[in-house]
Structures are given as structure tokens and as C-alpha cells.
Design a protein around this ligand. Structure first.
Ligand code: FES
Length: 160
């Protein structure tokens, strides 16, 4: 007869030896235990090992965003400990990382064309909505326009 507890015990005993890295056995055991709990007992670990979004207030209102940009298409901003670019293109606002994913150059002098930000260095274009372009990915952060202000979303990995 299948004994799930015995399987857990066996796996947790032998996994570190199989990998040859005893120092990280706790991590293997934990992952193994969680996987088995999910599979054998249908235990739900909602929200574990998933990406979550943290919303941080960026400005008090849409008018503040307009004032910040003035007549410019984009300005560099330092927010949430990161160098970012605030962009206005086709009447939409975008917040992207001020660092090209190709060779890490700044994007201050970039231009926006047809929904893409085009790096001035090697002219790779990145979609302002998704960040995708040239097989690379430019980090971007969505805006949420609420009554109490404009919030920027920052994704992070959550263990729990
Ligand atoms: S550094 Fe931006 S495209 Fe090369």
C-alpha cells in the first residue's frame, strides 16, 4: 500500500545525498515537502512562490504628472530606489527603467515611435506597454490612476 509519509521521509533523507550539497538540504526538503503536500493532500498554498505587485503612490494626481513633464516627452525620475523614466506618448503615461537591457546604457535621450521607446545607442525598440523588444525586456511599471492619486506598480517575488 502506498504510504505518503514514508515517501516524504525517504525523499527528505536521500535528496541531499543525491545532490551532493548537504548545506542546501533544508531548501530541497522544504520544496519537496510543499510539493508533496500539494500533490498528495491537495493542500493549497495560495500566493506562495508567486509574483505579487506592490503599489506605491507616485503622484497626487494626473495634473502633477503633466506638470512634471511640461512640454517634454520623457524625464528621468528617481523613485523606489531606481532610476526610471517617466514618459508621455500618445496621451498615455509610462514608467520604465532608465537602463537599456541591451548594454545598460541610459535611455534619457531615447525617442518614442509608434508605441516603442527606441534606444539612441543601437536603435533597438522596446514596446512601452510590455517592455519587449529585440529578444530583450525593458522593465516597466504600470500606472494605476485612482481617486486618491497615481500609483506605480512594482512586481516582486513572494515566497509566501
Ligand atoms: S545599448 Fe540600447 S540598444 Fe544597445
Amino acid at each position: 500500500m502506498f504510504n505518503p509519509e514514508g515517501t516524504v521521509a525517504s525523499l527528505t533523507m536521500y535528496l541531499p545525498q543525491l545532490s551532493g550539497r548537504k548545506s542546501s538540504s533544508f531548501g530541497y526538503i522544504t520544496i519537496c515537502w510543499i510539493w508533496l503536500q500539494k500533490k498528495l493532500y491537495s493542500v493549497k498554498f495560495d500566493g506562495m512562490f508567486s509574483m505579487k505587485m506592490k503599489w506605491i503612490k507616485f503622484a497626487d494626481s494626473l495634473n502633477i504628472l503633466e506638470d512634471m513633464l511640461g512640454s517634454k516627452e520623457m524625464i528621468p525620475v528617481y523613485f523606489n530606489n531606481q532610476n526610471l523614466l517617466l514618459i508621455r506618448h500618445d496621451n498615455n503615461f509610462y514608467l520604465v527603467k532608465n537602463k537599456c537591457p541591451h548594454q545598460g546604457m541610459k535611455l534619457d535621450k531615447a525617442k518614442c515611435e509608434n508605441g516603442f521607446i527606441v534606444c539612441p545607442w543601437h536603435h533597438y525598440g522596446f514596446d512601452l506597454k510590455t517592455g519587449r523588444g529585440a529578444g530583450l525586456y525593458l522593465d516597466n511599471f504600470p500606472f494605476d490612476f485612482r481617486d486618491e492619486g497615481v500609483y506605480a506598480g512594482f512586481e516582486y517575488f513572494s515566497w509566501f
